[in-house]
Design a protein around this ligand. Structure first.
Ligand code: MTE
Ligand code: MO
Length: 321
């Protein structure tokens, strides 16, 4: 489907039918079992409210007048622990990742499990349709013209069932290609997850490139997630596996430091990280002499509230950080 078509999706298409049916099932289960409702089970697994998003809101989410971050900075100030834990380690690492052939398996709660065809991914899209100008944030921030497709377009091909309440993603973990794996900084493989409505949201991208070129190794070649209203670590790189699952899946940073990194990880200036304030960010400056610009206030949902806030209606964002 082209971006143009994606933008014309009626609002009802965006919240997956499966989510709606599943919510009803959960509510029925709760009604039938007051003990379950009191035990905290429901709390551990908040149901998604129905999101209504107009094509206009989606379009506005892809636009920004903000200055793009220089490509030199986008490709040299990175986090990719598989290639070292310093910000300049990933770009300095030898180019040892073999990105072709590359296989991404899609499995779990879906009618048509299979393999994602990388060659097929961008078919039929004009160059302009593949470009998304999105902000990302995590203490520092950048504005990046990504190339990619809405993750929803890809996931739908595998026909998730009503049990697909979450989507789990896994990065390659091959010590021969990734020198950082010898350090146990993370419980490899790097894993991330999204609730199904977040995964199906039109701003959630599978990115294959930036600045008109295929993704460099340090930015997550050949395929990564981009979730612009969440902190950077949700945007998992070099994906080899996608699984539709019923339960909230384990994620790398939550696994390591559950008090510091929640499952949702929505950008939120009102919820501080235990070790630092998250009220402000430093834009990567875009000049040769200075990496960081002055601090600017961080916006709730990284400024994408109009597009995504509906998904979290009724949820305590301090608790579900
Ligand atoms: N597999 C994998 N994905 C990852 C990471 C990682 O270490 N390994 N780091 C995450 C973090 S913490 C951030 S901030 C972003 C950084 O993306 P960028 O280097 O393209 O800006 O990638 C995320 N995706
Ligand atoms: Mo990060």
């Amino acid at each position: 489907m082209s971006l143009r078509d994606a933008l014309r999706l009626p609002a009802t298409e965006i919240t997956d039918e499966a989510v709606y049916r599943d919510r009803r099932r959960l509510l029925a289960a709760l009604a039938a079992s007051p003990a379950l409702a009191l035990s905290g089970c429901a709390e551990a697994d908040p149901p998604a409210p129905k999101l209504t998003i107009t094509p206009q809101q989606v379009r506005s989410g892809f636009r920004t007048d903000e200055t793009l971050t220089r490509v030199e900075d986008v490709t040299s100030y990175n986090n990719f622990y598989e290639f070292g834990s310093g910000k300049t380690d990933p770009s300095k690492a030898r180019k040892t990742l073999r990105t072709s052939p590359w296989t991404i398996t899609v499995s779990g709660e879906c009618a048509k499990p299979g393999v994602l065809d990388m060659a097929d991914l961008l078919k039929g899209l004009t160059p302009e349709e593949r470009v998304y100008r999105l902000r990302c944030v995590e203490g520092w921030s950048m504005v990046i013209p990504w190339l990619g497709v809405p993750l929803a377009d890809v996931l739908k091909r595998f026909q998730p069932t009503s049990k697909a309440r979450y989507v789990a993603f896994t990065t390659l973990a091959d010590p021969r290609q990734m020198p950082g794996l010898v350090y146990r900084s993370i419980n490899w493989p790097y894993r991330e997850g999204l609730r199904i409505d977040e995964a199906m949201h039109p701003l959630t991208l599978l990115a294959t490139g930036l600045y008109g070129k295929p993704l460099p190794q340090q930015n997550g070649a050949p395929l990564r997630l981009v979730v612009p209203w969440k902190y950077g670590f949700k945007s998992i790189k070099s994906i080899v596996e996608i699984r539709f699952v019923e339960k909230m899946p384990p994620t790398a940073w939550n696994d390591l430091q559950p008090d510091e990194y929640g499952f949702f990880s929505n950008v939120n200036p009102n919820v501080d990280h235990p070790r630092w304030s998250q009220k402000t960010e430093r834009r990567i400056a875009g000049t040769a002499s200075k990496l960081f610009a002055e601090r600017i206030p961080t916006r709730l949902f990284n400024g994408y509230g109009e597009q995504v806030a509906g998904m979290y209606r009724g949820m305590d964002l301090g608790k579900w950080f």
